[in-house]
Design a binder for this molecule. Structure first.
Ligand SMILES: [Zn+2]
Length: 155
């Protein structure tokens, strides 16, 4: 009981927002995801907020965005990697909307199955509420409750 009271009082102090996993497996490739402060370039884009590099197997995401914006950018870059890994297009060939969805869905599902931490991050909200069965405690999630989520703060 003492421990529970301590948790209720102290846990919100340790609350951290969800962060993306630093490693993502996309097909046979093991990508590294890094968060960087400030501007960086990506190809022709001088001030990118996200970048996927299939040569270095790196995904770079700008730090300090709103969580929902960051989640969208992470998924955007993962989709680039999925498309490069799983989708075959001929020179100058274009897919119809139906064909694109048909070709991209299996690769996206494979990535979701292989990366449960990524999926947990993508659907997480700021200050997630832990659900302890019959108790729904109204406290922010501290590190110790982040079972399936990579809660480590990246530098
Ligand atoms: Zn893009």
């Amino acid at each position: 009981m003492k421990y529970l009271i301590w948790l209720l009082l102290v846990c919100p102090l340790f609350a951290q927002r969800p962060v993306p996993p630093s490693h993502i497996k996309i097909g046979m490739f093991h990508y590294t995801l890094k968060m960087v402060k400030g501007d960086f370039s990506c190809g022709a884009v001088k001030k990118a907020i996200g970048c996927e590099d299939s040569e270095t197997l790196e995904i770079t995401i700008k730090k300090d965005m709103a969580l929902e914006a960051e989640q969208e950018v992470v998924w955007h870059e993962v989709k680039h990697a999925v498309d490069k890994t799983f989708i075959l297009t001929g020179e100058g060939e274009e897919f119809s909307d139906e064909n694109w969805v048909e070709h991209s869905s299996p690769g996206e599902l494979e990535v979701m199955r292989e990366n449960p931490e990524l999926v947990a991050y993508l659907v997480a909200t700021e200050n997630q509420q832990p659900n302890f069965g019959i108790f729904n405690l109204n406290v922010a999630v501290p590190n110790i409750f982040c079972t399936n989520l990579d809660c480590k703060q990246e530098n």
